[in-house]
Write a new protein. Structure first.
Length: 142
């Protein structure tokens, strides 16, 4: 008797997007990308030779843009590509973390331990002193 392993099935981009729809996400095709939305969280995905690649990290919808999570050291906030900012609340952080985990699960991607512990910021901006490393600074009285 032969024991055969089943070949792993590699779903296409459209099959993965359909899996997101079945998982309860709203899927909207945009120009060149597919926007996946649930409540106030969203992520833009694109087809990269049959695999799903995020255009940018998941974030909070701010108008028509997706605000990426920024850790300023003193506070977390969301920033859009055009520069709009908004402080992050605890409910938004929990919602974003759950959204990110659910999208990964629906797409069949691996969930890493360090990302599963909590929300991972897109940018870390701890140093609030501008041009600190640019050399000697001009004094106020100069």
């Amino acid at each position: 008797m032969f024991f055969r392993r089943e070949r792993p099935k590699n779903p296409t981009f459209s099959e993965r997007i359909e899996g997101l729809r079945r998982a309860g996400f709203t899927v909207n095709p945009l120009a060149g990308v597919t926007r996946v939305v649930r409540a106030d969280c969203a992520v833009d995905l694109r087809d990269d030779n049959g695999t799903v690649r995020p255009v940018s990290p998941a974030g909070i919808l701010m108008g028509d843009e997706i605000g990426a999570l920024v850790d300023g050291g003193y506070q977390k906030f969301f920033r859009t590509p055009t520069g709009k900012k908004k402080p992050a609340t605890a409910d938004e952080l929990k919602s974003l973390h759950d959204f990110d985990e659910d999208v990964r699960e629906a797409l069949g991607e691996e969930s890493y331990y360090n990302e599963s512990l909590g929300t991972v910021s897109t940018f870390y901006l701890y140093d609030r002193v501008k041009d600190r490393d640019a050399g000697p600074h001009k004094r106020v009285w100069e």
